[in-house]
Write a protein that binds this ligand. Structure first.
Ligand code: LIP
Length: 267
């Protein structure tokens, strides 16, 4: 199925339309392209696996429930980084994960403009364009580059939570904080060793399902922002090069008041 998204020609045919609409906030965008890519992927997969279930960002936005069951399930973000896509900021990805019994079996992140295909299968390692990936192994939080996201929320509570978390990290200090505008590609930077950690509060399962297994198979760790076990439906994640770094971030980052405002996995 990697071939479905690898065929850049297929992807380009849908890149032409750019009608932009707003979803949950003025910074939460959807284009016809998001919808067409999702339809194309789901119909291609469904032809081969008619019994499988799907959680797709745009299907959820159109009213479908977000329910992860034990059934074989494809979790799809057709364009992760829609704001980037609309503005031609060159980090845009297709993200596809496959779960059985709520466990991710494989994940694919295709960073389209960079033509970088990240993939991982449970127990079989993580790869970038066919070459094995390995996290940095960094254990000292003061020597870390940390990636995060600004997010699409623009209310006062969301903004103060997001900025105060970044301030606390910078005061530690860490060596850098970065944001590429796509959670999937951000998180893959940890798998490459280019970044040492990533955290995000408020993302959805489709943003990070595929990149989670890519980080784990590259030797990284994944946990909740409160330091507890990772739950891809909880809308909180830390991915890091080591447990020491992940725990260091969990001690700094605060999410509770902000997440109180979310209904779970609303698109
Ligand atoms: C986006 C993310 C981005 C995050 C936004 C949004 P979309 O996904 O990947 O990194 O900050 O909140 O979730 O909507 O472009 O697929």
């Amino acid at each position: 199925n990697a071939h479905i998204i690898c065929r850049t020609r297929d992807f380009c045919f849908v890149l032409n339309s750019k009608e932009v609409r707003l979803k949950s906030s003025p910074a939460d965008l959807v284009t016809e392209t998001d919808q067409q890519v999702e339809k194309m992927l789901i119909s291609a997969i469904r032809r081969k696996y008619p019994q499988h279930r799907f959680i797709g960002e745009e299907s959820v936005a159109a009213g479908e429930a977000v329910e992860l069951t034990d059934s074989p399930t494809w979790i799809i973000d057709p364009i992760d980084g829609t704001v980037n896509f609309v503005h031609r900021f060159p980090f845009v990805a297709v993200s596809i994960a496959f779960t059985v019994n709520k466990q991710t079996e494989f994940g694919i992140v295709y960073s389209c403009v960079e033509d970088k295909l990240f993939h991982a299968q449970r127990g079989r390692g993580a790869y970038l364009n066919g070459k094995p990936l390995c996290v940095s192994g960094q254990t000292d939080i003061h020597r870390c580059v940390v990636v995060t996201e600004i997010g699409a929320e623009r209310d006062d509570l969301a903004l103060s939570t997001m900025t105060s978390n970044i301030c606390r990290l910078l005061r530690l200090p860490v060596q850098g904080v970065r944001a590429l505008g796509t959670a999937a590609v951000d998180m893959c930077q940890v798998a490459t060793g280019g970044a040492d950690a990533y955290y995000h509060i408020g993302m959805h399962c489709w943003d990070i399902a595929a990149s989670t297994i890519i980080v784990l198979e590259a030797g990284g760790v994944v946990m909740d922002t409160d330091g507890s076990e990772f739950d891809m439906m909880s809308r909180k994640v830390i991915a890091a090069s080591s447990s020491a770094v992940a725990n260091g971030i969990a001690q700094v980052v605060q999410a509770d008041s902000f997440l109180g405002d979310f209904s779970r996995n609303r698109a």
